[in-house]
Design a protein around this ligand. Structure first.
Ligand SMILES: [Zn+2]
Length: 268
């Protein structure tokens, strides 16, 4: 909960987004809320037949909104694009070169740094594929701009709850993403189109931070490499039939609580 003059405040959703504020609102919020800005970063990419192309961005926005309501942090307009070369095998996916994304998110942080912003949380809805370029931009922003930057990634911040909920491995459009989207945006969830496809596990390729064992570093697949998953699973890797709204709610609340804790930690 956010305190102003000793009183508890929970903001309305319309009050958390930078684009809804006037410049004066934003200026005073930077002073009142210790200058913390969350930048949701997602992707626009295929998510099987049952989830919308914007899923990664929608979930990043939902986590950011809820935590900002409780803490007074400001949420910047989301970055709807990520690095998705492997998903262009299906229509609608838009991928941006990572060197462009580094510069783009750096410029967002450079702009914020000029207005009393002290800390930025890059909230990544697109998992391992966005991490590499976010780390490069974050390091430069800390070194050159003097900002404190954290990368908040749901796959890393949900190890405990993912096991508790009995989720299988991180894949794509699997029960984790599906439960989360079903809870956050039921109007965009196509339950009648759910299809499971669990590819054979590969000894040295793991993208799930919960898994133990030796792992080769991740490089996105080629379009050709994606063919099998597309032919067999229509873009799904995992078991979305095991998704539920209840699991999505528990997963979402865990992540909001974690982000709230991170914001409080930055304030201390
Ligand atoms: Zn996704």
């Amino acid at each position: 909960m956010w305190y102003i003059d000793g009183g508890k405040v929970e903001l309305a959703l319309s009050e958390v987004w930078l684009q809804n504020m006037t410049w004066e609102d934003f200026q005073s919020r930077m002073t009142d809320s210790s200058g913390i800005v969350i930048v949701p970063v997602g992707s626009t990419e295929q998510h099987g037949r049952h989830l919308p192309l914007g899923s990664d961005t929608f979930v990043a926005m939902a986590i950011a909104e809820e935590a900002a309501k409780k803490t007074g942090a400001v949420v910047a307009p989301p970055l709807w694009y990520g690095w998705s070369p492997h998903h262009t095998v299906l229509p609608g996916t838009i991928t941006i070169r990572p060197e462009i994304l580094v510069e783009l998110v750096y410029d967002v942080m450079q702009s914020l740094a000029a207005y009393e912003c002290k800390s930025v949380i890059l909230l990544n809805g697109h998992r391992i594929v966005n991490i590499a370029w976010l780390q490069i931009a974050a390091e430069r922003a800390q070194r050159v701009l003097g900002l404190r930057v954290k990368i908040f990634d749901p796959a890393y911040m949900s190890r405990d709850i993912a096991d508790e909920l009995g989720f299988g491995q991180v894949g794509h459009a699997e029960e984790i993403e599906s439960s989360h989207m079903w809870y956050c945006h039921p109007e965009l969830y196509h339950v009648d189109k759910v299809l499971d496809y669990v590819p054979e596990s590969s000894k040295f390729h793991k993208i799930d931070p919960r898994l133990a064992g030796d792992t080769l570093c991740y490089v996105p697949l080629t379009r050709e490499g994606m063919r099998q998953s597309v032919d067999c699973g229509k873009g799904v890797s995992g078991s979305p039939s095991r998704a539920s709204v209840e699991k999505g709610k528990a997963y979402h609340e865990h992540l909001v609580n974690r982000l709230t804790e991170v914001i409080e930690l930055i304030r201390e």
